[in-house]
Design a protein around this ligand. Structure first.
Ligand code: NAI
Length: 404
């Protein structure tokens, strides 16, 4: 079992799918409802080996440095910017997240929205709620045969591509890196070409300096008259005032928007957007990835990553550490996990220490990135305390852990 002190603490209502996996680490699992204020969080973190959070808990350098037993932070969400990744890496604390557990949820919502927009359902729905029976085919189209332009052909973009083709759509895409076209989709020669050919443009790029404001008045003007825009990616990718104007000018026939330049922090906050009040616009409160299936998948994905790190030392999916992944230990073998500063000679010193203790190494894998190196060694059974004590004396050691 892993020689670790401390508990696994689950905050913010993490899905129960994580719990069974975390229990397999052999550590005590404690669940705390909701998020905690910084003082209480610090108290809880003081004897935590693993902190499991979602997006509301901020883990800064001071907190990491005040938590001596902390080895792992599980972000049960997509983003990790609520955690000081550098401070975690400096102490050999692994940070895991779930980059694609909600991919399908976003793709499905987008597909549903494009069908709704092309059928003018938002308008017909508004009519019905205000007592108007407007039965008409005017402006209502099948999606079959229409062109969908996907900007950002990554996890979500490619899933959407498959689903849209299944409905008979022609799919084109634009990405900054060359991507394998899925099915019959093909890459547009340029963003401008994609915008001018698409009946529906859907954004699936990350928020970066290169995507901020990438859809402004010029790009909107370059879209087909009567086409639709869907932004389920990030709020600052689209100039929202320019989008409102393109809708008012009837250059665009409608839009669906899930993400906004400024989003309220909590459910009780007021919200306003220049897009409000238009019955050809579907507005949703950043729920593209929010389904129970996605929550369960996130629980399972991050739970499993933590389980493997605690039981086997695997950092292959960590976002902040050198990626090291050895196969499971053979029966009877012990495992040494060593994080150290990336300077020449440390591995040699480790070998000398282990040889001095008569330890036989059977497998070894080291990776370095930046200032940090991580090595996993499988060894014939050892006297743990002695080995830990001697290796800890190597001055570049950041953290040593053994699994027996
Ligand atoms: P991904 O990383 O798999 O794909 C993003 C793609 O965009 C990559 O292929 C990348 O090369 C491409 N890209 C980056 N910069 C570009 C540029 N300037 N021009 C064209 N292509 C560019 O990401 P994934 O998982 O598909 O997510 C996409 C977006 O969806 C992200 O912004 C993410 O935050 C957002 N998202 C929104 C959710 C919601 O609840 N509405 C939930 C999950 C993700």
């Amino acid at each position: 079992m892993p020689a670790l002190n401390g508990k696994i603490v689950l905050l913010e209502g993490i899905h129960e799918a994580a719990e069974g996996l975390l229990e397999q680490t052999g550590l005590e699992v404690t669940r705390i409802p909701g998020s905690l204020d910084p003082n209480r969080l610090r108290e809880i973190a003081a004897d935590a080996a693993v902190l499991c959070i979602r997006s509301r808990t901020r883990i800064d350098r001071a907190l990491i440095e005040s938590a001596p037993a902390l080895t792992t932070i599980g972000c049960f969400c997509i983003g990790t910017n609520q955690v000081d990744l550098e401070a975690a890496a400096e102490r050999g604390v692994a940070v895991f997240n779930a980059p694609f557990s909600n991919t399908r949820s976003v793709a499905e919502l987008t597909l549903a929205e494009l069908v709704m927009l092309l059928r003018r359902i938002p308008q017909r729905n508004a009519d019905m709620h205000s007592g108007r029976w407007r039965k008409s085919a005017s402006g209502s189209h099948e999606v079959r045969g229409r062109t969908l332009g996907i900007i950002g052909y990554g996890h979500i973009g490619t899933q959407l591509s498959v689903l849209a083709e299944a409905l008979g759509m022609r799919v084109i895409y634009h990405d900054i890196i060359a991507k394998l076209p899925i099915g019959n989709a093909h890459s547009s020669a340029s963003l401008e070409e994609l915008l001018s050919e698409s009946d529906v443009v859907s954004l699936h790029v990350p928020a970066t300096a290169g995507t901020r404001g990438m859809i402004g008045s010029q790009e909107l003007a370059g879209m087909k008259r009567g086409s639709f825009l869907i932004n389920n990616a990030r709020g600052d990718i689209v100039d929202i005032d320019a989008l409102a104007k393109a809708l008012d000018d009837e250059h665009l026939a409608g839009a669906a928007v899930d993400v906004f330049p400024e989003e309220p922090k909590s459910g009780d906050s007021e919200f306003s957007t220049p897009l409000a009040g238009r019955d050809n616009v579907i507005l949703t409160p950043h729920i593209g990835g929010n389904t129970l299936e996605a929550q369960a998948a996130i629980g399972g994905e991050v739970g499993e990553k933590i389980r493997r790190f605690i039981r086997e030392g695997a950092t292959g999916t960590a976002v902040n550490l050198p990626n090291v992944d050895l196969p499971s230990r053979r029966d009877g073998q012990h495992r040494i996990l060593h994080f150290h500063r990336n300077v020449p000679g440390v591995l040699g010193r480790m070998h000398t220490v282990l040889a001095g203790l008569n330890v036989n190494i059977t497998a070894e894998f080291l990776q370095s990135s930046g200032d940090l190196s991580y090595v996993i060694l499988d060894v014939d059974p050892i006297e743990i305390d002695r080995v830990q004590e001697e290796i800890s004396k190597i001055p570049e050691t950041i953290r040593i852990r053994t699994i027996i």
